[in-house]
Ligand binder design. Structure first.
Ligand code: MV4
Length: 454
């Protein structure tokens, strides 16, 4: 891998992550090209970049997912590299391959690495070879109703069926008794085939009240892989994370090194480079089980940055330029506690999206407070994309201090003209179960904040 310095990076994304990437590029002395849809003309990312190119109408398919338009923008602007952010094309191996063929560095893993880890049945195979722990379940795809019944009886109900092409909660079916298995298996296959073009389904023991724990890794092109500790993302609504924190309040340094070791082993198994996240479920006895790997930078990366002092987006760009990681595993020290609240334009009780004109806007600030967003006073939130406006991240020496700081910062926010989920965050933050850190992934439904999903 030659050591080239990018002179210009195109950001194939929008919103706060595009802004985050522009900031990292600026600090590295790299010029930036924003692409934007017609609906995003007034978005901060289009204003902050050195150049901005309109790539299509509001509809994502015709703009942020429009590969020919994005490649054309990269060619016209003379970009050296493309950063995909999260969502959109970030985990599309075909897009990474086209970038490569057109001589643009894709800031992320190789198409081959993305393919090996994208499909769940394939990823589980890689993880098994790397020695990661699994819940009891099928080794590979389940090929018949009979096989599903035999496997389920072996491990005991409840079980969960998961589509190989799914992920992030899509294509799953929980089955509580044998009578329901045949129907669940057949519909899961059908839905998977329609949604992902792949009917493969596997089966595993269903954990009732797990915690969601994920390990951040970062790897260079020279075989160095480092983990940057875990995030706890157990507060989710319909598989959308709402609050994330680092570290997980239940884990010790010894636990962290063990789970971090699993994540490193998985990355090494495919010669991974770039930033990535390995997701685990954790049971009441702190046993962890491999779920899936995300081959991109994630929304919640700032909490890891806050507790590690490592700039993950800067490091992503450095390793994509062929640099060695500027730190080793021994240099990574997790200190203090960070919490992130995703501030969405939505009704705080019904969660219905609430786009519109922002008639007044003021951000919180002060010691230990960070705001990663893209909206401003006078901006009009458009209805075409996800409703996240900004991320409020706080840091404190302890979880208790961070919780207080978050409450205070949420109360400082002024967002008029639209509805936001800030009142929802304040309610969650005052709930005893969340405060004492004994909540699970089913916390929001159990506490009555949302309707049960299963
Ligand atoms: C599970 C599970 C319980 N048992 N697998 C949802 C997202 C995907 N990454 C995995 N998911 C789950 N898999 C077994 N065997 C429960 C969930 C789950 C969940 C996981 C993390 C955070 C929130 C969740 C909400 C519902 C279900």
């Amino acid at each position: 891998m030659e050591l080239n310095k990018f002179s210009k990076v195109l950001i194939a994304n929008r919103g706060e992550i595009a802004v985050r990437i522009i900031r990292a590029c600026r600090e590295l002395g790299i010029k930036t090209v924003a692409v934007y849809s017609k609906a995003d003309e007034h978005s901060l990312h289009a204003k902050l970049a050195d150049e901005s190119i309109c790539i299509g109408p509001a509809e994502s398919k015709k703009s942020y997912l429009n590969i020919p338009a994005i490649i054309a923008a990269a060619e016209i602007s003379g970009a050296d590299a493309i950063h995909p952010g999260y969502g959109f094309l970030s985990e599309n191996a075909g897009f990474a391959e086209i970038c490569q063929k057109c001589d643009f560095t894709f800031i992320g893993p190789t198409p081959e690495q993305m393919r090996q880890l994208g499909e769940k049945v394939a990823a589980r195979d890689v993880a098994r070879r790397a020695g990661l722990p699994f819940l009891p379940g099928s080794k590979s795809a389940i090929e018949s109703v009979d096989e599903a019944k035999i496997t389920a009886k072996e491990i005991g109900f409840p079980v969960i069926l998961k589509a190989s092409g799914g992920g992030g909660g899509r294509g799953m079916k929980i089955v509580h008794k044998e009578d329901d298995l045949e129907n669940a298996y057949l519909t899961c296959r059908q839905e998977a085939s329609a949604a992902f073009g792949n009917s493969e389904v596997y089966l595993e023991k269903y954990l009732e009240n797990p915690r969601h724990v994920e390990i951040q890794i970062i790897a260079d092109h020279h075989g160095n892989v480092v983990h940057v500790g875990e995030r706890d993302c157990s507060v989710q609504r319909r598989h959308q994370k709402v609050i994330e924190e680092a570290p997980c309040n239940l884990l010790t340094e010894v636990d962290r090194e063990k789970i971090g070791g699993y994540a490193i082993a998985l990355a090494q198994q495919v010669g991974y480079h770039g930033a990535g996240t390995v997701e685990f479920l954790m049971d009441d006895n702190k046993n962890v089980y491999f779920m899936e790997m995300n081959t991109r930078i994630q929304v919640e990366h700032p909490v890891t940055e806050e507790v590690s002092g490592i700039d993950l987006v800067r490091t992503q760009i450095l390793v994509a330029m062929g640099h060695k990681l500027p730190f080793s595993q021994a240099d990574v020290k997790i200190k203090g506690h960070a919490i992130e609240c995703r501030i969405n334009a939505e009704d705080p009780t019904s969660f219905a999206p609430w786009p519109g004109h922002i008639t007044a806007y003021s951000c919180p600030g002060g010691y230990g407070v960070r705001v990663d967003g893209f909206v401003y006073h006078g901006y009009t939130v458009v209805p075409f994309y996800d409703s996240m406006l900004t991320k409020l991240i706080v840091y404190g020496d302890t979880r208790e201090i961070a919780l207080k700081r978050m409450e205070s910062a949420l109360k400082e926010f002024i967002v008029d003209g639209i509805r936001t989920n800030i009142p929802f965050h304040l309610k969650v933050l005052s709930h005893p179960e969340f405060i004492n850190g004994t909540h699970s992934t089913r916390f929001l439904e159990k506490a009555g904040f949302v309707k049960p999903s299963h």
